[in-house]
Ligand binder design. Structure first.
Ligand SMILES: [Fe+2]
Length: 299
């Protein structure tokens, strides 16, 4: 089973830029790339921060972008989202009995439980007693099956001080719940804008770079009013799941560098390898009239 994990597009109204980049063009480039290479994926999962300011125009841009995605999609909300505005723009997205954007999606690899960690008015995440109660009942109903969890906020401290203080509040309650339900195979999350992989409570987890801006790698304390940003390249993950394995490939979707055969003696001795036509940017990113080979448009 294959699915695509994409996170934190931070959309703004079309035509606007964010931190010097165009989030809508980035999302459209990702969708063009997925349509070109991963039409066999069961779905695309976007783990939150869909809109940077949570405004209707940004969600409308998201709707327009998803309209051309050839693969089914599922959405989570993050701290930058506005639950009410999102619900109004995406009324088909399921909610639990308390109105949280939580649901279970079926896949050929097992159920995916999508959690809503949005907590209005703060960048921290929260799983309140209502949401944890829903999760407890849901996991009980899925006993005996392999279950995958997805949420926006990381459920653990990542040793990234600038982001850890904006993590999931009350994570111990979630840890206790996972201690009782031992059938979670993997946790997918966003929020961090960095590639991070490991295990928590014995459960593997993964996240990757966002689609627009990134968080620079700093292990030292930062002032509370500073999150170090960067323009490291955007990525999405291709997750391949079978009975015996969960394999995650991270794809830098805008990389237009050379492609070559490692067994080619000429390539091995080359002083410089020119960009390859195989690395031409997706059609949606090409500059009309320009020579496209290896040419990268600033997005
Ligand atoms: Fe984000």
């Amino acid at each position: 089973m294959k699915f695509i994990h994409l996170t934190d597009p931070h959309l703004v109204p079309r035509g606007c830029r964010l931190y010097g980049l165009d989030p809508n063009e980035r999302l459209r480039a990702a969708i063009a790339d997925i349509n070109a290479h991963h039409r066999d994926a069961e779905f695309v999962l976007i783990t939150g921060d869909l809109a940077h300011h949570g405004e209707a125009a940004a969600y409308n841009a998201l709707r327009q972008a998803l309209d051309v995605l050839a693969v089914p999609w599922h959405l989570l909300i993050g701290n930058h989202d506005d639950r009410a505005v999102f619900k109004a723009m995406f009324p088909e997205v399921p909610v639990d009995e308390h109105g949280f954007m939580q649901t279970v999606i079926e896949s050929s690899a097992g159920p995916f439980v999508l959690l809503d960690t949005h907590d209005a008015g703060t960048h921290e995440g929260r799983l309140c007693s209502s949401r944890l109660g829903w999760l407890d009942r849901t996991l009980t109903s899925l006993r005996g099956q392999d279950v995958f969890l997805a949420m926006h906020h990381p459920p653990l401290m990542l040793n990234l001080p600038a982001m850890d203080h904006l993590g999931l509040a009350g994570r111990d309650d979630l840890a206790g719940l996972l201690e009782r339900h031992r059938n979670i195979r993997h946790i997918f999350f966003g929020h961090v804008h960095r590639p991070v992989h490991g295990a928590w409570q014995g459960v593997p987890f993964s996240t990757q770079r966002a689609l627009n801006h990134q968080v620079a790698l700093h292990f030292d304390e930062q002032p509370r009013d500073c999150i170090p940003g960067s323009h490291e390249p955007p990525a999405y993950a291709v997750a391949l799941i079978s009975d015996g394995s969960v394999v995650i490939h991270v794809h830098d979707l805008l990389d237009c560098g050379p492609r070559f055969n490692l067994f080619d003696p000429a390539a091995e001795k080359a002083e410089r390898i020119p960009p390859s036509s195989a690395a031409v940017a997706p059609r949606s990113m090409q500059i009309p009239g320009a020579r496209q080979t290896g040419q990268r448009r600033r997005l």
